[in-house]
Design a protein around this ligand. Structure first.
Ligand SMILES: Nc1ncnc2c1ncn2[C@@H]1O[C@H](COP(=O)(O)OP(=O)(O)OP(=O)(O)O)[C@@H](O)[C@H]1O
Ligand SMILES: [Mg+2]
Length: 216
């Protein structure tokens, strides 16, 4: 199994003022390979989103190193990081990051077009159907509820067909029945496509289904 992401004693501190330094992530080491599932758990403010951002290269560690797909991100500029992530890494943002001027369907087709995928419309419709939103495909994010936007963001992440999915509280806005269906999709991707999934969650039943748990 190939290692997809590796953190070596990664730390993140932020200087809030002259006298106050906030140590958000303290010397975190972790290695995740294809087909693995890892839950990141911990109370609000414990650094879960910060850690995911370090993994994807959206943020840089203050010390230590993050290797993504075998390459150290400290030696790359932003363009090189974008190229490295390419279509190999999908991110489900805690606040969705849907493009407001695009419909649910277009939010997915836009990403697939950017990454030169084939069968773009079929794939986008398939994943919207999987998250139970076929009938809302033509609606803008502003016309959708928080849970519906969250499911569009999840459908978009799956549609890319990435090797590694990083998801930040992907079920936080969902009712139990919808949540159960969406969670099954994560584990289907993991078992059928050997996608590695790293999921930040407060939901202990979801965390229990993951192969490993990291508590912050
Ligand atoms: N740019 C920043 N400037 C100052 N403090 C920050 C910054 N980014 C994060 N923090 C602080 O770091 C801590 C961790 O934040 P983070 O968003 O990673 O937590 P979290 O575990 O994802 O929380 P939640 O469960 O509420 O989403 C918080 O106390 C936050 O205020
Ligand atoms: Mg968070």
């Amino acid at each position: 199994m190939g290692v997809l992401i590796e953190l070596r004693q990664a730390s993140k501190s932020i200087t809030v003022s002259d006298s106050v330094q906030l140590d958000i992530i303290k010397s975190c080491s972790l290695s995740v390979s294809s087909g693995e599932s890892v839950a990141i758990v911990g109370p609000s403010g414990s650094g879960k989103t910060t850690l995911l951002n370090l993994m994807a290269g959206f943020d840089q560690p203050t010390s230590g190193e993050v290797n993504l797909f075998g390459q150290p991100m400290s030696q790359m500029n932003e363009l090189e990081k974008i190229q490295l992530r390419g279509s190999r890494l999908s991110f489900v943002f805690q606040d969705f990051h849907l493009l407001p001027a695009l419909t649910a369907l277009e939010n997915i087709t836009y990403l697939l077009t950017m990454h030169h995928k084939d069968h773009i419309h079929e794939t986008a419709h398939y994943w919207l159907e999987q998250v139970g939103l076929s009938k809302r495909s033509g609606h803008l994010p502003s016309q959708l509820s928080g849970g519906e936007c969250q499911r569009v963001a999840i459908a978009r992440a799956f549609a890319l067909g990435a090797e590694l999915i990083l998801a930040d509280e992907p079920t936080g806005n969902l009712d139990k029945s919808t949540k159960d269906k969406v969670v099954d999709l994560f584990f289907e991707c993991q078992s059928k496509r050997s996608t590695a999934v790293i999921i930040v969650t407060h939901d202990l039943s979801l965390a229990d289904r993951c192969g490993r748990q990291l508590t912050l």
